[in-house]
Design a protein around this ligand. Structure first.
Ligand code: ATR
Length: 280
């Protein structure tokens, strides 16, 4: 029997640090739609699929899925949106009227929405994407759809090459080997890795960013302190940079829209969350 009676839950592990409950609370206030939302930590010896099926068989109306379950979640829904199919991962589920489960991925559209909001991205931009894991894969289709061109660098070149092969039929994307590159000029550099040491970014960036003061830098990670990637960028001459708090709010807004047909006011909520930042 499922151990929570909340109809909307975020599933992941770890989950204690999540800002999603507060974001949905602010959406509820903004839209006057009462949405009871909480987090649920799936332990390593629990069965992810069993828990999700149990949730939707009981009180569950909608779910967000976060690390490390987004890829597994792809295999659960009865129906997938096109963007979920392309990214092969799921971050939102909805129970439909006929009890079927719909799976969607709002990470990519959330990222693009935030980059546009910040005025960090325009059609035909050249983007350097650092990282070739699940987070990178989730945002690539939306960036290519603008359209933009993407170079991917990654510690493990083969993983970047895999993403090139996965997406080359939908846009201009190539894996690059950092060590063989001269300095390049990018409009936008996005960090989609999970590493957290400042010095690691020298390996990626010192050799390839030509004009740091004219380049936009975006970290899909976020925290109240400056992220290691943005710290590195700032110390190396960057002027335009942002963490991914706006992406978090935007992907949640698209989830809220999927559940309620109303898109909440994203800017206002980002402003509220930014007030907690220690470096702005
Ligand atoms: P996620 O779903 O968060 O993207 P992931 O699939 O494990 O997680 O991908 C993590 C990304 O961070 C990868 O691009 C990984 O590089 P590798 O493909 O070479 O593993 C990158 N990463 C993690 N730790 C790193 C480190 N210490 N130095 C460089 N890259 C790192």
């Amino acid at each position: 029997m499922f151990k929570s009676n909340t109809p909307y839950l975020l599933f992941g592990n770890p989950i204690h640090q999540s800002k999603s409950p507060i974001i949905y609370q602010l959406f509820s206030k903004d839209t006057n739609i009462h949405l009871k939302y909480d987090t649920y930590c799936i332990k390593s010896d629990d069965s992810f699929s069993k828990i999700i099926i149990d949730f939707f068989n009981h009180q569950g109306k909608g779910a967000n899925i976060t690390v490390p379950f987004k890829e597994q979640a792809y295999f659960l829904p009865n129906i997938l949106t096109e963007r979920a199919k392309i990214s092969h991962s799921i971050n939102v589920l909805k129970k439909l009227h006929d009890n079927k489960i719909l799976g969607d991925n709002t990470d990519g559209v959330g990222c693009l929405y935030d980059l546009k909001r910040l005025n960090f991205i325009h059609t035909e931009n050249k983007i350097l994407l650092i990282g070739a894991g699940g987070a990178a894969r989730g945002i690539i289709p939306s960036l290519l759809s603008l359209p933009c061109s993407i170079d991917i660098v990654n510690r493990t070149f083969e993983r970047a090459k895999k993403l090139e092969n996965l997406f080359k039929n939908i846009g201009n994307i190539r894996a690059i080997d950092v060590s063989s590159l001269k300095k390049l000029n990018y409009h936008l550099v996005i960090n989609a890795t999970s590493f957290e040491k400042n010095e690691n970014f020298d390996f990626f960036l010192s050799n390839i960013i030509l004009y740091p003061a004219r380049t936009f830098f975006y970290d899909i990670c976020y925290c109240d302190n400056i992220t290691p990637f943005l710290f590195w960028c700032k110390n190396n001459g960057a002027i335009y940079y942002s963490d991914g708090i706006g992406m978090l709010v935007s992907q949640a807004a698209y989830s809220f829209y999927l559940w309620n047909n109303i898109f909440p006011k994203v800017d206002k909520i980002i402003q509220i969350l930014n007030k907690k930042k220690k470096y702005l």
